[in-house]
Design a protein around this ligand. Sequence first.
Ligand code: ADP
Ligand code: MG
Length: 480
Amino acid sequence: MCLIADVNYDRVITMEEKEHVRLWNECLKIINDNIPSKAYECWFEPIVPESWDKDKKMLTIVVPSNFYAEYLDEHYQDLLKSTFARVMGAGTNLSYTIIQEKATNTTVQCRSGYVNPVKEKEQSDMENYNPFPAIPTRRKIDPQLNPHYTFDTFVEGECNKLARSAGMKIAENPGKNTFNPLFIYGGSGLGKTHLAQAIGWATLEQYPDKKVLYIDSNRFQAQYTNAHLHNRVNDFIAFYQMVDLLIVDDIQFFAGKTGTQSVFFQIFNHLQMNGKQIILIADQSPKLLQGLDDRMLTRFRWGLNAEIALPNPETRKAILKSKVHTDGLTIPDNVLDYIADHVSDSVRELEGVINSLLAQSTLTDVEINLDLVRKVVNCLVSAPERTISVSSIQDAVCGYYGLEPHMLQSNSRKREVVQARQIAMYLSRKYTKVSLSSIGEQIGNRDHATVLYAVKSIQNLVEVDKEVQYSVEAIEASLK
Ligand code: ADP
Ligand code: MG
């Protein structure tokens, strides 16, 4: 935030005695007494007073960016208003002059998807606008939501019931509910992104003025790096802190990125303290996420953790029917039933089969029937992967260690058996979508905490112990 001081340094010196400087300094004394010193240093010290128009009762101050001006409006409007009333009298107006950002910065940020960048068009709107007496029209941000991902197109099933109903409640009352943050987790292609975005759309429908924003963790990370490079981390943080509903997807990719995590943590805390809604998405529950700060994981558990699981055949059928209906297709029911019975790994895979079916039938001009669907499903659904189950993993592990199958089920504490058992649990977690408790049940009736411990132990060992790493890789190869 030294930008202003640098740019206007000479001007500040020569203006020292002028009226607007005197008035602003008076205001600063009051502001300084009323807010925490960190906030004062961050948000008020960098401001330079520009002019005072006595007739219009208008004070103009220079701020570095439109984010900054919005932040002041959002957080300090009341304080500024009452301070001005004390120093300059009631009815005082405030106007911002915004230092133009370099054009190069703008393009870089746009390309990396920086939402609400300092676009020239918007910037001119922001210059010299008067936030008083009424709150200025709040500029909208592009929520970055996919128009197809709504509740209307999201089929409810046992697999997503909890997450879906929590999502609907959130849209009714974002931020003011017990599901903050809502943490949605589950395997790939099961509808996490779709559901989270549907919550975003439903919120906007009910509260069109709310700022809703969807961002995936990689993009967030790229924006942060970019902001860091251009000395604009404060603007970056301020921008995210103004959002009313923030959806961050695939946060498992924050693993190991400590800088991004710490900035995200700051944003997260601010939003939560100010009653703003947060929705987080990951491929694992907070308990199993690796490489994320423990403080952050603890906070993630404060709200609601809702898993989206694999859909059962009934839900798969309903999803297929809904897709066919939405896309205006005609596919016989027995074909849809065949797909639902044979494609069970993810919803994305179901959609893939429908798309291939359409392509095949259009290109070769054949009717969509059971024969065609059998061919398509055989081609698309990789059989070996589908046969990996907790029991086939146990067979592979026993084969590798030369153990009798019942040994994994037993209570033997022999080192080799314990390790084999833990590897079986680890691989079951990695290659199947079976829950921790069900894995435990299938491996000697153990509880989910034991499985969790085993998964974490092997995860750590694979990184540091070459022998374990070799064994795990060899067993994995035999599974495929
Ligand atoms: P994830 O984020 O869990 O990897 P997505 O949200 O990207 O999965 O979903 C993959 C595809 O499956 C998307 O096209 C989505 O619309 C569709 N889909 C997933 N779940 C459902 C559902 N319950 N109803 C309708 N479509 C779904
Ligand atoms: Mg996703």
